[in-house]
Design a protein around this ligand. Structure first.
Ligand code: X2X
Length: 348
C-alpha cells in the first residue's frame, strides 16, 4: 500500500469512526455554532453521494442544503456525506431502501438493479449532445423513468443531475478503434447494462463500485475505466491512467433519490421548499459541468494525460453487429424503447 493510499483509508476510517461513534451528535458538533440560537431541527436527513467533495454535484447539493436549512428556519437539516463515506453505492442503495439513509444520488444505470428501466438513457450512443439529453430527461423519458422509480418505494426529484458523457481512460494502450477493446480489462460500475455493452465491444468488463475503482486501477486489476472528465479529475483517476479516448459512448446522470417514507414524513411546506432548491441546484450543477468539460481537458493534459479523439461510428457498428441494441430493446420492451426513440430518433 502506498503512503497516499494509507492516508486515504485512514481519513475514511476516521470519518466512519466519527459517524459511528457519535451518530447524530456529530451533526450537532459540526453545525452547532451557526445554529446556536435556532431550535433543534425537526427533521435531520442524510444525503449520500459517491463523488469527491469538490465535484460540482456536492458543491451544489451543499448549497441547496444550506438554503433549505436557512429558509426552513432550521427545521429541515440535510447533511451531506460525499465520497461514499456511508458505504459503496450498493450499500447506500440498500440503506436508502431500508430508511437508514434518507437521500442518495445514484446513477440511473446502477439504480437499474432495482428499477430496470432506469438504465435506458445509457444505451450506447443514444444522445448526440447535452440539449438532446435535457430535452429527454426533463421531458417524457425522465417522467417515464421517475414513474417506475416511484413504484419502488423511492422518490426521484424532477431534475436529474449531470454525471456526463463517458470516455474511456487507459493505463496500457490507447483505445482508438473497437479492436483495441478486444480482451481489454476495463472497470465498469455494477450494472448489467455496462457489462453487456463492454462485452459487446469484445472487452472483459469487471464490475467494481466507484469507491474501489482507484485501487483497482492502481493495482492493474483493471487496465482502464470509463467516466466523464469531471469524475476522472475529482476522483484523481488521472494519477493511475495515461490516455483518455473521447468516446462519449453514453450519457449518465444522477437521480436525487429520497426514501418515500422519509419524504412523506415531511410536512408539505418542507417538501415544496426542498424540491425547489434541490431542483434549482441540479440545473446549476449541469451548467458547472458544461464549463468544466471544456477547461478540464487542459488540466488533465497538465497532469500528463494524452487525449485521443476517436471515430464513434465503428464503435456503434460493433454494438449493432453484436446484437446489443436488439437485445436491450427486448429487455426494456417496446413501450419504453419507443419513449426513448421519441427523443433520439431511430436507434441502431
Ligand atoms: O461509478 C462510476 O463510475 C460513477 C462515479 O461514474 C458512477 O456513479 C456511475
Amino acid at each position: 500500500m502506498t503512503e497516499k493510499m494509507a492516508t486515504r483509508s485512514t481519513a475514511i476510517l476516521t470519518r466512519r469512526g466519527l459517524v459511528a461513534a457519535s451518530g447524530a451528535a456529530a451533526g450537532v458538533t459540526l453545525f452547532g455554532i451557526g445554529r446556536s440560537r435556532a431550535a433543534a431541527p425537526e427533521f435531520s436527513y442524510k444525503l449520500a453521494t459517491n463523488l469527491a467533495a469538490e465535484h460540482p454535484l456536492n458543491v451544489r447539493a451543499k448549497e441547496a442544503a444550506d438554503r433549505i436549512r436557512q429558509e426552513s428556519g432550521g427545521r429541515l437539516d440535510i447533511q451531506l456525506f460525499p465520497n461514499n463515506q456511508l458505504g459503496s453505492d450498493t450499500d447506500a442503495l440498500s440503506q436508502l431502501r431500508s430508511g437508514a439513509l434518507e437521500m442518495f444520488t445514484l446513477s440511473g444505470l446502477i439504480l437499474s438493479t432495482l428499477v430496470p428501466v432506469a438504465s435506458i438513457n445509457g444505451i450506447g450512443f443514444a444522445f448526440p449532445d447535452y440539449p438532446a439529453v435535457w430535452k429527454a430527461m426533463d421531458g417524457g423519458l425522465g417522467a417515464h423513468i421517475r414513474t417506475a422509480i416511484a413504484k419502488s418505494g423511492l422518490i426521484a426529484m424532477d431534475h436529474i443531475w449531470d454525471n456526463g458523457f463517458r470516455h474511456i481512460s487507459s493505463s496500457t494502450r490507447p483505445i482508438i478503434t473497437p479492436a483495441d477493446l478486444e480482451g481489454y480489462k476495463i472497470r465498469v460500475p455494477v450494472s448489467p447494462l455496462w457489462t453487456s455493452m463492454f462485452k459487446a465491444f469484445g472487452a472483459s468488463p469487471i464490475s467494481i463500485n466507484a469507491n474501489e475503482m482507484y485501487s483497482a486501477l492502481q493495482t492493474k486489476i483493471a487496465e482502464g475505466q470509463e467516466n466523464p472528465l469531471a469524475a476522472i479529475w475529482t476522483m484523481r483517476v488521472f494519477e493511475v491512467q495515461k490516455y483518455i479516448s473521447l468516446t462519449g459512448h453514453m450519457w449518465d446522470g444522477y437521480w436525487l433519490l429520497v426514501n418515500a417514507k422519509a419524504w412523506q414524513a415531511l410536512p408539505e411546506d418542507l417538501r415544496t421548499l426542498a424540491a425547489k432548491h434541490l431542483n434549482a441546484s441540479a440545473l446549476d450543477e449541469r451548467a458547472d459541468l458544461e464549463k468544466l468539460n471544456i477547461s478540464l481537458r487542459k488540466d488533465l493534459e497538465g497532469k500528463g494525460i494524452e487525449f485521443k479523439t476517436v471515430d464513434k461510428e465503428p464503435f456503434r457498428q460493433k454494438l449493432r453487429q453484436a446484437g446489443f441494441f436488439a437485445e436491450w430493446k427486448g429487455k426494456f420492451g417496446d413501450d419504453s424503447w419507443s419513449v426513448l426513440e421519441t427523443f433520439t430518433g431511430k436507434i441502431a
